[in-house]
Design a protein around this ligand. Structure first.
Ligand SMILES: Cc1cc2nc3c(=O)[nH]c(=O)nc-3n(C[C@H](O)[C@H](O)[C@H](O)COP(=O)(O)OP(=O)(O)OC[C@H]3O[C@@H](n4cnc5c(N)ncnc54)[C@H](O)[C@@H]3O)c2cc1C
Length: 334
């Protein structure tokens, strides 16, 4: 267990916001995590910091879960059960499985962050989400101070959402993720990926080729947080009722994608049509290649970032009657 007081978190968040934690504890086992939570039940949990907006001072204890390990168990010729520690990097898991010829995670290549945070918002990209391959999630339940295993159903996965994000956001601390993967049909139909595969002459049924296409598209579209502070998409794609979608179509030509009884529309399209792409206000800006991404151009604060986000939300609401929802989590207080 590593303990630092007045720990600088500026390099521990991909937006590069200046932030300090009163106390930072890094734990590498369930026992250490349990002990640390017993001492400080309301501690803030931080992964790799790629989906958070950090305020300048975080009071109390911040815990970074560094539990490692990837354990594979073969179920049959192509299917594996995989148990992964929350502190592993997501993209390392994808690479590890693809390297062993195990498919299923190729569309989720290059998503930054830890394995522990992946179920928190049910990460997704290019036509795939984490949830279909989740068997269970191991947690410490802070209400009962007990180790529990939640089935996929109990995780209540939805689009960029789960019980971990909605129930009581601080109730569960994720220690391990259990997935079953290897027999899913390959999904290379997402337009950008399909075009990239065609352009490169790649095989649409080869998971490594799909992963490489995803990586190329992501590198082109998204700013690299090592050089430009960002958290990927800042807004979720809104889910509308059929009636609200028809009303929206009266105002703007926008595609809709069925999601059960709802229709998902592109938040990027609405932000772009409102004229925000490339907009800069001091130290924050809207990325010129992808209007869903807000960037720190240097020295931004959480208030700057959240302020710009609020202006965009208000403007889109006023023009189109659609309320955009924020994706990253705000940690600390102003
Ligand atoms: C360039 C870029 C591209 C991105 N692209 C995508 C994308 O395509 N799809 C996508 O879904 N996301 C994307 N993201 C967002 C981000 O990568 C994911 O949300 C990722 O899962 C966050 O992981 P993290 O470890 O950095 O979490 P953090 O940012 O550290 O934390 C996020 C939230 O999870 C909670 N949390 C973290 N670990 C645990 C744990 N062990 N137990 C309980 N709660 C925990 C934190 O308290 C916080 O509320 C992108 C981000 C960037 C910077």
């Amino acid at each position: 267990m590593r303990r630092t007081t007045n720990a600088c978190l500026t390099r521990a968040n991909s937006l590069g916001l200046e932030s300090t934690a009163e106390e930072l504890i890094e734990v590498s086992s369930v026992e250490e995590l349990m002990k640390s939570l017993a001492e400080s039940p309301s501690a803030t949990i931080l992964g790799e910091g790629s989906n958070v907006v950090l305020h300048r001072h975080i009071r109390g204890r911040v815990i970074r879960v560094r539990i490692r390990g990837i354990a594979l168990k073969r179920v049959n010729k192509s299917v594996y059960r995989v148990r992964v520690g929350a502190g592993e990097r997501w993209n390392e898991l994808v690479r590890c499985l693809l390297g062993r010829g195990i498919r299923g995670l190729e569309n989720l290549s290059l998503i930054p962050g830890s394995v522990g945070a992946a179920p928190y918002q049910n990460i997704g990209a290019y036509g795939r989400e984490l949830s279909p391959i989740v068997e269970s999630v191991e947690v410490i339940d802070r209400l009962e101070m007990a180790i529990r295993t939640l089935s996929a159903t109990e995780c209540e996965f939805r689009y960029r959402d789960s019980v971990f994000k909605t129930d009581d956001p601080s109730r569960y601390v994720i220690t391990h993720l259990n997935v079953i993967t290897g027999d899913q049909a390959i999904n290379s139909s997402y337009p950008d990926i399909d075009t990239e595969l065609g352009r490169l002459g790649y095989d649409r049924s080869n998971p490594i080729h799909v992963a490489n296409a995803v990586i190329r598209v992501r590198r082109r579209k998204l700013p690299d947080p090592r050089f430009i502070g960002n958290v990927g998409s800042f807004f979720k794609n809104p889910l509308l009722s059929l009636r609200a979608f028809e009303q929206l179509r009266g105002k703007i030509d926008v595609q809709g994608f069925e999601e059960g009884k709802l229709v998902k529309v592109s938040a990027a399209r609405l932000i772009d049509a409102s004229g925000w792409k490339g907009f800069q206000d001091g130290a924050v800006a809207v990325w010129h290649r992808q209007p869903l991404v807000l960037i720190n151009t240097g020295g931004a604060t959480a208030s700057n970032v959240l302020g710009l986000a609020e202006r965009i939300v208000d403007d889109v609401q006023r023009r189109y009657g659609v309320m955009l929802e924020r994706e990253p989590i705000e940690l600390g207080s102003p």
